[in-house]
Design a protein around this ligand. Structure first.
Ligand code: SAM
Length: 416
């Protein structure tokens, strides 16, 4: 493992600092452009050259003091050591570079939205037993070690309070050597918990959990799917005029503020239009509900539970919800032609085949929501080749201090 002195010159797309070594770029986590470091160099299991910082010779002026006391040991929030100005500019550059790679420039850059911390309504903690004691927290970076995290800069404080409060109850649950994950999601004023890595939960623990007022539902995730162990009440959320009763572990945008910002960006693009709209990758209806204010809505999504919940919530509305795998069976261009506007919000992998069909369509308005600028740009390139114009792009950062970022892009096509 050679030890070398390096200067960090830039930040890579995953937030690691990059220094130029004689054998190519070297990635050093938690560094900033301008840092001078002494580092041990190694290749990771993917063959990427990485550096383990042994000593900082000088620190970059682009740094600031990480606000979270657990920054050094926690595997999340890898960018807390950057000044706010540099961090926000870097996120904007990240989106711009992803678009430029495919030759894309929006006509208008809408003002970016940067959300603050302590607002995440969903988080997964890992549990293990070490020397007889339960440890519940987040994994350290590139490590199987779990660090106890009694406070958190990104999760909402009531989620962390509940997690801290639960720890003593959960102590008998985890045996030495066992690894258990516990997913928390806040829905309204209740929390749902989903355990995974356990064959079952004892009656005593279940009764204890059921007696805790904030806990509305507890489920167990196994290879066979998700089994609800108890549910005290319906866990519902409001999407526009739809009140949706959410099935266990339903996808929700990570923050309520982020959801509001994304919906507002989509609604802004639709304003003034009426007719029939499609919501592709609809989940349980984050956009379908607000779209109902503009006309009829057809939602498409592969998760049968989300579709069932959406159908039930929209049974008295002008809404059709369809379970459909859009990777295998994307909506054809002819199907898309029926709509006056389409919202698409795929997972991180994007939706290349669906984008090719949209590109061939004559639908006048497409609105893409994405948490991965790289696949968004790749799919947008198809739309541009098909005659669409990228009218506007808005960055919405609801993944504070991580390299993830959300974008909303608006595309139009003129009638021939
Ligand atoms: C980023 S989430 C967006 C969900 C929803 N639009 C929202 O904001 O809550 C992506 C959604 O795509 C769904 N999905 C993933 N793969 C899919 C596929 N092959 N076909 C259809 N839907 C899929 C997921 O179940 C998830 O609900």
């Amino acid at each position: 493992m050679p030890r070398v002195r390096l200067t960090i010159t830039q930040l890579g797309p995953k937030g690691d600092g990059i220094a130029e070594g004689i054998k190519g770029p070297i990635f050093l986590e938690r560094t900033a452009p301008g840092d001078e470091v002494e580092a041990d160099i190694f290749r990771d299991d993917k063959g990427v050259l990485r550096g383990e910082v042994i000593k900082f010779h000088s620190l970059s002026p682009l740094r600031s003091t990480p606000p979270c006391p657990h920054y050094e040991i926690c595997g999340n929030c890898t960018l807390q050591h950057l000044s706010q100005e540099f961090y926000q500019n870097w996120k904007q550059d990240l989106v711009q570079e992803a678009l430029l790679k495919w030759g894309l420039t929006p006509k208008t850059w809408l003002p970016p939205i940067f959300l603050k911390g302590q607002n995440r309504r969903r988080a997964t903690f890992s549990l293990t037993r070490k020397k007889g004691r339960l440890v519940m927290g987040y994994y350290q970076r590139r490590s199987k070690t779990i660090s106890p995290i009694p406070s958190c800069g990104i999760a909402s404080p009531d989620l962390i309070d509940l997690k801290n409060w639960l720890e003593p109850f959960l102590s008998p649950l985890v045996k030495e050597g066992q690894e258990v994950d516990l997913f928390f999601q806040k829905i309204g004023d209740s929390f749902e918990l989903v355990f995974s890595g356990l064959p079952s939960l004892s009656k005593i623990i279940l009764e204890e959990l059921a007696s805790l007022p904030p806990i509305g539902r507890v489920s167990l995730k196994t290879d066979r799917g998700i089994q609800v162990l108890f549910q005290k009440k319906n866990l519902t959320t409001q999407f526009g005029r739809l009140n949706v009763s959410l099935p266990p572990a339903t996808f929700l945008q990570p923050t309520e503020e982020g959801e509001r910002a994304l919906v507002s960006s989509v609604v802004q693009a639709i304003k003034g239009r009426t007719g029939a709209f499609a919501d592709l990758f609809s989940g349980a209806g984050t956009f379908s509900g607000p779209l109902l204010d503009f006309g009829a809505v057809s939602a498409y999504e592969s998760n049968p539970h989300a579709i069932r919940a959406l159908k039930e919530a929209g049974k008295n509305e002008n809404l059709n919800a369809h379970q459909r795998d859009l990777f295998v069976h994307p909506l054809s261009s002819r199907e898309i032609n029926r709509f006056d506007g389409v919202v698409f919000d795929p997972p991180r992998a994007g939706c290349l085949e669906q984008a090719k069909e949209m590109a061939r369509s004559l639908c006048p308005l497409l609105i893409g929501v994405s948490c991965n600028p790289a696949t968004f740009a790749r799919d947008s390139h198809q739309l541009i080749r098909g005659g669409y114009r990228l009218e506007s792009l808005q960055l919405i950062d609801q993944f504070l201090w991580s390299h993830h970022v959300e974008v909303v892009g608006v595309f139009t096509k003129q009638k021939r």
